[in-house]
Write a protein that binds this ligand. Sequence first.
Ligand SMILES: [Ca+2]
Length: 148
Amino acid sequence: LSSMFSLAAQNNRVCVFSSSALIALASSQTHVFYFVPVEMSWLDAQAHCRQHYTDLATIDDQKDYEELLKTVNADFKGEWIWTGLYRTSATAPWTWSDQSQSTFRSWADGQPNNHGGTQLCAGTSLTGAFNDADCYMQYAAVCYNSEY
Ligand SMILES: [Ca+2]
């Protein structure tokens, strides 16, 4: 986006084009989510998503999050579902598997608490709250395909 904006500063026609492109993205879903009802570690879920889709789920905003939660099967009985959110150490920032710059977070009250000191991967509940968990935990996952 920064290169688009620097172009925009040099050329009004490019500016108009960039603005309409941004509006189009903002008003349509940017990810198509796929629920994977197989319980796997976060790394196995990431490998599965990268093999069959684009990556583990990245969430851009609340609307994106609601779309993600809608993809979970109604008969799913698990408590947590892996998303693409993770960090490389307890002091590293939370990032997304696909290196997205999305700053969307929806931590449950008191989370992330890094319980036990090794909770470096984030799952979501069906009620819309993130929790950091140990990456070896076996959870279902949500993958995405990029729509653009
Ligand atoms: Ca936690």
